[in-house]
Design a protein around this ligand. Structure first.
Ligand code: ZN
Length: 196
């Protein structure tokens, strides 16, 4: 499936609520499998239905161990990156837990080629329906909480650039060469994020 890029109006719409009866249809199950394949091939750790042109309250997410191993152990510890098993999020409702925040670079498959610093809640509570129609209710922290906030935002027409620190926008190339390993306070200083 083609991943739509910013400029597509579907990325700015609020996704339609999914009827529980719809979840069990072959068509819906095929859609989930296609999204899973598209996410893996991208590769990405999350993909929301609006990103493949479908305005629905549906997203998939997975952060497998082989992705996490590409980071240094220090970086993984700092960002609280932890394995997120494959998840299908239908009609998710997300609420922040506590006041703690975390600020790191993130990117998006629909804003190809860029990263920026985004302040997110460190812990969130999520309620959602899975691919079998079962309901779930639990808390997430650290990087998995960031992935979920990013995906749930997509279902409400929000792209990470709406929430980024504007002066922190960098290309993916520049990020990997210059910014990825730098402490966030140093990034602030070098890009004069707190100026203006
Ligand atoms: Zn995204």
């Amino acid at each position: 499936m083609e991943i739509v890029q910013v400029g597509a109006t579907v990325l700015r719409q609020v996704g339609r609520h999914v009827d529980p009866a719809e979840v069990r249809t072959n068509e819906f199950q095929r859609l989930i499998e296609s999204m899973r394949t598209t996410m893996k091939e991208a590769p990405g750790v999350g993909l929301a239905a609006p990103q493949i042109g479908r305005s629905l309250q549906l997203a998939v997410a997975e952060d497998p161990p082989e992705f996490i191993e590409q980071q240094t152990p220090d970086q993984a510890a700092l960002t609280e990156r932890d394995t997120l098993p494959f998840m299908v999020l239908i009609n998710p409702i997300l609420e922040p837990v506590g006041d703690e925040t975390a600020e790191f670079f993130e990117g998006c498959l629909s804003v190809d080629g860029y990263r920026a610093l985004v302040l997110r809640h460190r812990r969130v509570h999520l309620r959602w329906t899975d691919a079998t129609g079962a309901e779930h209710d639990r808390e997430f922290a650290g990087w998995p909480a960031r992935i979920l906030q990013h995906e749930v935002d997509h279902l409400h027409g929000i792209v990470y650039t709406d929430r980024m620190l504007p002066r922190s926008l960098v290309t993916t190339k520049s990020w990997s060469e210059q910014w990825a390993e730098l402490p966030i306070a140093e990034v602030h200083k070098a890009l004069r994020i707190d100026a203006s």
